[in-house]
Design a binder for this molecule. Structure first.
Ligand code: UDP
Length: 325
């Protein structure tokens, strides 16, 4: 297939590009490199520099290429930043996506896989979040993702656009081949921060919030390996061949790990002691987010391969050790 990957130079997008290219698909990456890395795009794949907020960039891209489907990974994705600067989030994540969908409409492209997020659900009302959980995001980031899901339903009803929204819980780990991994500037995510603090000793690891309503007082998240997420995208593409509609699936391992448990696991994997300090909670962070992915397992026939947190951390550690910081 000919597939457009928006945000293919970013963490999740670059792993997707590698997987698709490895399976012989024709892939084009569209990215503004605001947070992505040129060198993360797999060799031989065309990288088109452009911005979703400039419809002219999209018109030029779609005129030059024929696409069977689009996967959309480009987004601002930091909860705290979205609370401080919601305008940036509504513009990039909502207006940018509308521009992309309209370019698809103008060029007759009708298959769309959207990177959504667990944050569309807000504070959980049950232990594991399934697709029928109420959708009540508690930060602008989550609201932008939910808005796009609503837009996708309306675009399906009015224009016949088929879509799957994949609500990631916490993407983690790296390409097991060690070629690409997770690196943001500035880094805010837990696992890279743990490994970075170990490797450089430059940035002290902080644990944000020790008094959440969780067993050890720190936030609990459901960490899912990046390649398991990418597998789900491939399955979602096949699903759209057979199924009309605008669909949503939750993707996680179904097990929660607290920040302290993640630190402990990283100590096991790396064989080193990890120093940290306690810091106030980050705004917009819910106490617990754990997925119930039964629907994806059944309907997409998806099965995460990395079920142990130590194995996920080991892939990240493998990549991080070979980086120059
Ligand atoms: N966290 C932390 N220290 C860090 C980064 C993150 O304590 O340096 C916590 C954060 O408050 C959250 C969890 O780790 O409870 C996961 O955060 P991350 O930013 O990795 O993902 P998010 O859940 O925000 O998407």
């Amino acid at each position: 297939m000919n597939i457009l990957i928006c945000g293919g130079a970013g963490y999740i997008g670059s792993h997707m590009v590698k997987m698709l290219a490895g399976q012989g698909h024709q892939v084009v990456v569209f990215d503004n490199l605001s947070t992505g890395h040129k060198e993360a795009v797999a060799g031989g794949v065309e990288l088109v520099m452009g911005d979703l907020l400039r419809p002219g960039d999209l018109a030029a891209l779609f005129s030059r290429h024929h696409f069977d489907a689009v996967m959309h990974f480009s987004a601002k994705s930091l909860v705290g930043e979205s609370v401080m600067n919601p305008a940036l989030y509504y513009a990039n994540n909502v207006i940018g996506t509308i521009n992309l969908l309209d370019a698809m409409r103008n060029h007759g492209v009708s298959r769309f896989i959207f990177s959504s997020s667990a944050s569309i659900f807000g504070n959980p009302l049950q232990e594991r979040i399934n697709e029928s959980h109420p959708q009540a995001p508690i930060n602008p980031y989550g609201k932008t993702k939910l808005m796009v899901e609503h837009i996708l339903r309306d675009y399906h009803a009015a224009y016949g656009l088929r879509s799957v929204s994949l609500r990631y819980f916490n993407a983690a780990g790296a390409d097991p081949g060690g070629e690409i991994g997770e690196s943001h500037q500035p880094e805010t995510h837990l696992l890279p921060n743990i490994l970075y603090s170990l490797l450089t000793g430059q940035k002290e690891l902080k644990v944000f919030g020790r008094e959440y309503n969780t067993p050890d007082g720190t936030c609990v998240r459901d960490y899912i390996h990046i390649n398991d997420l990418c597998d789900a995208h491939l399955l979602a593409l096949s699903f759209l061949e057979k199924n009309d509609g605008a669909h949503g699936f939750n993707l996680g391992n179904g097990n929660g790990f607290s920040v302290l448990e993640m630190i402990h696991s990283a100590e096991q994997v790396t064989g080193r002691k990890i120093a940290f300090t306690s810091a106030p909670p980050r705004s917009g962070d819910p106490a617990t987010l754990v997925a119930d992915s039964t629907l994806a397992v059944r309907q997409l026939v998806w099965q995460p391969k990395y079920t142990k947190i130590d194995d996920i951390i080991a892939t990240a550690w493998h990549w991080h050790q070979n980086q120059r910081f």
